[in-house]
Design a protein around this ligand. Structure first.
Ligand code: 5GP
Ligand code: ZN
Length: 115
């Protein structure tokens, strides 16, 4: 746990969240400001700032997070219709919480580029 990290506080339960999956290595919970009918964040239970750092430190954990993202998509009913997995890295990409998280978005048209 890293002090002053919002997502570490969600892992520990100090800050409540609508948790849809929890295991020793990952927690998945609904985004507080959803951008799609399904918007779940999948995070590692141990603190790491970016997905690329995590990939260097522990690549199997990145694989586990993606596996959980797929399980979440299936449980949320969007595995067949399709969904997007997004991870923002750094300020220009809009990363606002510096604890690795995969956004799992689905339930509406997400084709890219739009139009
Ligand atoms: P980022 O902008 O870093 O890619 O994504 C951070 C996400 O965390 C945002 O989509 C934001 O809505 C979500 N978020 C911020 N604070 C909270 C919170 O306290 N609880 C939950 N469940 N999500 C949060
Ligand atoms: Zn953290």
């Amino acid at each position: 746990m890293t002090a002053d990290c919002l997502f570490c506080a969600i892992v520990s339960g100090d800050i409540p969240a609508d948790v849809v999956h929890r295991d020793d290595d990952a927690v998945a919970f609904r985004d507080i400001d959803p951008k799609a009918p399904v918007h779940v964040l999948v995070i590692p239970t141990s603190h790491c700032a970016t997905v690329v750092e995590l990939a260097h430190q522990d690549p199997a954990r990145v694989g586990h997070l993606l596996s959980v993202a797929g399980d979440v998509a299936r449980a949320e009913g969007v595995a067949e219709s399709g969904y997007r997995i997004v991870t923002n890295t750094g300020p220009s990409a809009g990363q606002s919480v510096h604890h690795v998280h995969f956004h799992v978005l689905g339930g509406r048209d997400l084709t890219w580029p739009p139009g």
